[in-house]
Design a protein around this ligand. Structure first.
Ligand SMILES: NC(=O)c1ccc[n+]([C@@H]2O[C@H](COP(=O)([O-])OP(=O)(O)OC[C@H]3O[C@@H](n4cnc5c(N)ncnc54)[C@H](OP(=O)(O)O)[C@@H]3O)[C@@H](O)[C@H]2O)c1
Length: 274
């Protein structure tokens, strides 16, 4: 990967930036508008939002005001759990597009694998994909067993599975499963929600003359994972994208791999109650 806008090729041929901005918890209004504009000014071309984040209107405003043509941007949003099902998902998609002020999204995801619902939801995503209103479709928080179940009936293989993934939860098994199915893995909470004080990361950061956040993000990129760190702080938005003047050695990659303790900061997709 050469720069902040460099893309990977999804299983349907769509080009997706490997790096982007996440906006969970970025408040609707000026906070999210300014964060997205700062990111685009720093070279970011991919923005990850969701209906449940409540900030699609601000993301849309920033897209319109940023000065970069819409077609050069890659916009992801997601259908929330309460809207899952065929007709309800189609309606939720229309609502998201209208809030964003767009006529298509680049990637539309099922946010969580709601039992008994996600297959109907997937049929709706397949329709949106066939109509060209979602250029790619995928899932989020799917374990391999959820994907196996979905794939048994799916016409379209998900392009992406967006899951919690960071040095303390490196998802080695899911990554190798997704590789075998040609599904790109995208990391949420790639920075462990700001818990960056691990001594191994501090040591590596000192050695490379980079921050712990930059070391972690570099580890994701070198593992060919799509990554969407969140920040609303302009200096951090820039810092998080400043990853292209160093490379972790194989030995240091292995050191970070060894930090895995299957620790989740968010819910387990087999046991969530929202
Ligand atoms: N699909 C899902 O279910 C799901 C779940 C969670 C998240 N996501 C997506 O993934 C994105 C990223 O995950 P996340 O927001 O949970 O967590 P994250 O990106 O791991 O961490 C964000 C936190 O780290 C801080 N931070 C960012 N850069 C930093 C730096 N360079 N130095 C120190 N602190 C830094 C941010 O603070 P400031 O903002 O105050 O700078 C914020 O508190 C979300 O925004 C969302 O788009 C998806």
């Amino acid at each position: 990967m050469k720069n902040v806008a460099s893309t990977v090729t999804l299983n349907n041929g769509v080009q997706m930036p490997q790096f982007g901005l996440g906006v969970w918890k970025a408040k609707e209004g000026s906070e999210v508008v300014e964060a997205v504009k700062a990111a685009i000014a720093a070279g970011y071309r991919s923005i990850d939002t969701a209906a449940v984040y409540g900030n699609e209107e601000g993301v849309g405003q920033a897209i319109r005001e940023c000065g970069v043509p819409r077609e050069e941007l890659f916009i992801t949003t997601k259908v929330w759990n309460s809207e899952q099902g065929y007709d309800t998902t189609l309606a939720a998609f229309d609502a998201s597009l209208s809030k964003l002020g767009l006529d298509y999204v680049d990637l539309y995801l099922i946010h969580w694998p709601v039992k008994g619902k996600y297959k109907e939801t997937w049929r709706a995503l397949e329709k949106l994909y066939a109509e060209g209103r979602a250029k790619a479709i995928g899932v989020s928080n799917f374990h391999p067993h959820h994907l196996e179940d979905l794939l048994a009936d799916a016409k379209v293989v998900p392009a992406v599975d967006q899951v919690e993934l960071h040095p303390l939860l490196n998802q080695a098994e899911l990554r190798s499963y997704c590789d075998s199915k040609n599904i790109y893995v995208e990391a949420w909470s790639p920075l462990m929600q700001g818990n960056l004080g691990h001594p191994v990361l501090t040591e590596l950061a000192g050695r490379y003359g980079k921050s712990a956040a930059q070391v972690i993000l570099r580890w994701h990129l070198q593992h060919n994972i799509i990554v969407i760190p969140k920040s609303v702080t302009p200096s951090r938005i820039k810092e998080n994208a400043d990853l292209f003047d160093f490379e972790l050695t194989a030995e240091d990659m292995a050191k970070i791999d060894a930090l895995n303790e299957n620790k989740r900061f968010g819910a387990d997709p087999d046991n969530f109650n929202f």
